[in-house]
Design a protein around this ligand. Structure first.
Ligand SMILES: Nc1ncnc2c1ncn2[C@@H]1O[C@H](COP(=O)(O)OP(=O)(O)OP(=O)(O)O)[C@@H](O)[C@H]1O
Length: 267
């Protein structure tokens, strides 16, 4: 049984997972997840390595569909619609639920083309419209000031932290409702971490953000809600141990395993 402390209500949630399980082939990776993800807030997923944080994150835009032999049970909805229902187009879902990875992965194209790529695919052809989208997206990603006079430069020539913000701009250009961030700061320098955290705080009022992080400090600093996952027995599925408002989880966890993890006793 998971423990909940002032967790989001269904009415205030963008994503709702109910009795959700996930398998990689025969390996039952996640079980019994009941999680409401608050709309336009930042939610952090924490837990030791291998407890299924990334797996659960990737369920939210069906990225795991790309891995052969995976399947799910239970339900997962976005704005009230089951994302695993027949007829849902995963490509369209991934536009609405964008993803940022641990390693920045810009295309080997110019900064401009990286950001214009998605809107072009969506049918935007006007040069001035694309110019506007590129500028706006780079501004929202806190990168515009650094690159506005070098938009034709190769995205891969930027620093790691700049590349990560370019990837964020690329996702923002297609106007997602949800941003999934899988350890987005673990491969970038501290100054860039600060910039990414600042931009998350700026985006959150209009976007639902979920971040997987190994940094307790980062989870405590930036998130509104925190979910703690654990795989207690090797080979057995992981599950949600405790979930709720970040302040409550960090200052008065109700489950001993949460307390042990956040105080650094394991993991
Ligand atoms: N593509 C895959 N095929 C089979 N098993 C996988 C695959 N990806 C992950 N797993 C397994 O699923 C479990 C959960 O992994 P996952 O990467 O989701 O955990 P995590 O909590 O995000 O870990 P970390 O913090 O190390 O990134 C692990 O046992 C892992 O070995």
């Amino acid at each position: 049984m998971s423990v909940y402390q002032s967790a989001p209500t269904p009415e205030s949630s963008a994503i709702i997972a109910k009795d959700f399980d996930f398998w990689y082939g025969d390996f039952h990776a996640l079980t019994g997840l009941d999680v409401n993800i608050a709309r336009n807030k930042i939610t952090a997923f924490i837990g030791p390595s291998g407890c299924g944080k990334s797996t659960f994150l990737r369920c939210m835009n069906r990225m795991n569909d790309l891995i052969e032999g995976t399947h799910v049970s239970g339900s997962m909805s976005l704005d009230g619609n089951n994302i695993y229902a027949p007829g849902v187009d995963p490509v369209d879902l991934r536009r609405r639920v964008g993803m940022i990875f641990q390693q920045p992965n810009p295309f080997p194209k110019s900064i401009y083309e990286n950001v214009a790529f998605g809107p072009r695919l969506q049918g935007v052809t006007s040069k001035s419209d694309l110019d506007d989208i590129v500028e706006e997206s780079l501004k929202r990603a806190n990168l515009w000031k650094e690159v506005s006079n070098q938009l034709s430069k190769d995205g891969l020539a930027l620093s790691g932290g700049q590349q990560q913000r370019l990837c964020i701009a690329r996702v923002l250009a297609v106007q997602p409702d949800v941003l999934l961030m899988d350890e987005p700061c673990s491969a970038i320098d501290p100054t860039s971490v600060q910039k990414v955290e600042d931009l998350m705080a700026e985006l959150a009022p209009e976007m639902t953000i979920i971040i997987v992080t190994h940094s307790m400090q980062q989870a405590a600093r930036i998130s509104d809600y925190t979910a703690f996952f654990l795989q207690e027995v090797a080979g057995e599925p992981a599950t949600l141990i405790e979930y709720g408002q970040t302040d409550a989880i960090f200052t008065s966890p109700m489950d001993r395993r949460t307390e042990d993890y956040i105080t650094g006793r394991f993991g």
